[in-house]
Design a protein around this ligand. Structure first.
Ligand SMILES: Cc1cc2nc3c(=O)[nH]c(=O)nc-3n(C[C@H](O)[C@H](O)[C@H](O)COP(=O)(O)O)c2cc1C
Length: 217
């Protein structure tokens, strides 16, 4: 059974021919380029285009990766929200070097970002926290993210207790929940092409400017 599945997996193959990305398309500013591609991902109805893999470095120098949601970007970086006490939060305290990957298969595109991550201001975290639906705010307060729990009932009990203790008052953002911003020092745009001759442009930060080069696929 496994052998059959593995044969099927090995035979999965897509020849990417949807788009090209060459020197005439590449913008000098990778944040503007990201913005153009993100807009196109929205227009193409990419499934959860803001889902990105976040890789961190563990205390023993081995990598750890998971998906989080991009909640905003600008010239200074890419923002996501999480529990600061989670595994990723503890890893970030030890080592702020992280990587992000967006994979937009509907457009045969990938974007890779590398940089340093830091907490955003409390005010910015508040702004986002209070914009979320009440159930998500309670969920963020209730979940001791990344800790071992005995069963689902534990989560449901904490959720109910947080909700009941509010007595109709609005919840407050817990100190351990908030945003991080990844300040990029490398951004790579990848466009799938035919015969595996994909287009890749890598931007490397050079002070306040960016330099880019085409890379072999
Ligand atoms: C589509 C998707 C979106 C997610 N978005 C977030 C997010 O924005 N923030 C977050 O903390 N976890 C998010 N998660 C859960 C994380 O992948 C992960 O399970 C969690 O953050 C705990 O990771 P850690 O134990 O490495 O800290 C998401 C998972 C998926 C599949």
């Amino acid at each position: 059974m496994n052998e059959l599945t593995n044969k099927k997996i090995a035979a999965l193959r897509v020849d990417y021919s949807l788009k090209e990305f060459d020197e005439t398309h590449v913008l000098a500013d990778p944040i503007k380029q990201f913005s153009v591609w993100f807009q196109e991902a929205l227009e193409a109805d990419v499934n959860e285009p803001n889902a990105m893999t976040l890789a961190t470095v563990k205390q023993d120098n081995t990598p750890s990766a998971r998906v989080v949601l991009l909640k905003g970007f600008n010239d200074t970086g890419f923002t996501f929200f999480t529990n600061y006490n989670s595994h990723k939060g503890q890893q970030i305290i030890q080592n702020p070097n992280v990587a992000l990957v967006f994979c937009w298969l509907e457009l045969q595109r990938q974007i890779r970002i590398e940089g340093k991550v830091s907490k955003i201001s409390k005010q910015e975290s508040d702004n986002y926290f209070y914009s979320r639906p009440l159930s998500s705010q309670i969920g963020a307060i209730a979940s001791p993210q990344s800790t071992v729990i005995e069963g689902r009932h534990v989560l449901e009990e904490i959720y109910s207790s947080v909700k009941n203790n509010l007595h109709e008052k609005a919840p407050e953002r817990p100190e351990h929940w908030g945003g991080y911003k990844v300040e990029p020092n490398l951004i790579e745009f990848w466009q799938g092409r035919s015969s595996r001759l994909h287009d890749r442009f890598e931007f490397v930060r050079n002070g306040n400017d960016w330099k880019h080069n085409r890379l072999a696929p």
